[in-house]
Design a protein around this ligand. Structure first.
Ligand SMILES: [Zn+2]
Ligand SMILES: [Zn+2]
Length: 270
């Protein structure tokens, strides 16, 4: 399984996950052009996309989905309430390209299984995604003000986590954001702080976990160094060190490297 975070942050989100046969995007909250570039650089023609899975209808997750769906005839996967809540800027998505998925259901493509699960955010029916391929598991949780025990159970022991570390609470409190916006971000239906991210990760990281990508960082109220240091410090308190799990950055303005996740069976043999 290969993956690359094309962009992550309050200004736009898109994640590529694929194999030789299947190619998915989770969200396309950037211009169609930026998504195309992020794919072409790793040798994926947007035409080959199996589908775009949508977590929720906020602009930073859906900006490019209409353009891409129309240009390349890419199916869009989302739950019904998310489809109904898509803003008009997305433009028309042909009914033939709409694939309704129920929150909590599993969809299968060859040996890929993709499961959606509810998260805690102020959108119509927001979800996280869990990708399974052979013995590998990658989970994506961003835009969640709170990580419930149910979510933790679902994602525990993933090989890779793409996990929100949105803000430093002090930076947010001191910021010039209006009070109502601060309340929204800090609330249970807002975004996950660095501290809350570290605490939740400590509960879901196991010996199987290789990498954690800190995602959806606020440009105003966070810094990659602060996010990483906060999460690492908390994990260390639980006995999880950099030797056990690599903490990786994501970027709002450039993609991460293309990562390859090898089957464990193969990893043990070589
Ligand atoms: Zn977002
Ligand atoms: Zn959102």
């Amino acid at each position: 399984m290969r993956y690359r975070i094309i962009a992550s942050g309050s200004t736009g989100n898109s994640i590529y996950i694929g194999t030789d046969q299947y190619h998915f995007l989770v969200d396309a909250g950037l211009s169609g052009k930026k998504v195309e570039r992020g794919l072409k650089e790793i040798g994926v023609n947007p035409k080959e996309l199996t589908g775009i899975l949508v977590t929720h209808e906020h602009d930073d997750h859906i900006r490019g989905i209409g353009v891409l769906a129309r240009k390349y005839q890419i199916p869009i996967y989302a739950n019904e309430r998310t489809f109904n809540a898509l803003p008009s800027q997305v433009g028309k998505i042909d009914d033939s390209l709409k694939r309704m998925i129920e929150t909590g259901s599993v969809i299968e493509f060859g040996d890929f299984q993709i499961e959606s699960f509810p998260i805690s955010h102020d959108a119509a029916d927001p979800v996280g995604f869990l990708f399974r391929n052979k013995d590998l598991q990658l989970s994506i949780v961003t835009d969640s003000g709170y990580i419930s025990e149910k979510i933790k159970e679902k994602i525990k022991g993933s090989d890779v986590f793409i996990f929100e570390a949105n803000h430093d609470v002090e930076m947010l409190r001191m910021s010039r954001y209006p009070w109502s916006v601060k309340q929204r971000i800090l609330g249970d239906y807002g975004h996950l702080s660095n501290e809350a991210s570290g605490e939740a990760l400590a509960d879901v990281i196991t010996n199987d976990t290789q990498k954690v990508f800190l995602a959806h960082l606020s440009r105003e109220n966070n810094l990659p160094e602060i996010a990483r240091l906060t999460v690492q410090t908390i994990l260390k308190e639980y006995g999880i060190t950099e030797k056990d799990v690599q903490i990786m950055d994501t970027y709002h303005d450039k993609p991460t490297a293309l990562e390859e996740l090898k089957e464990k069976r193969v990893r043990i043999l070589f």
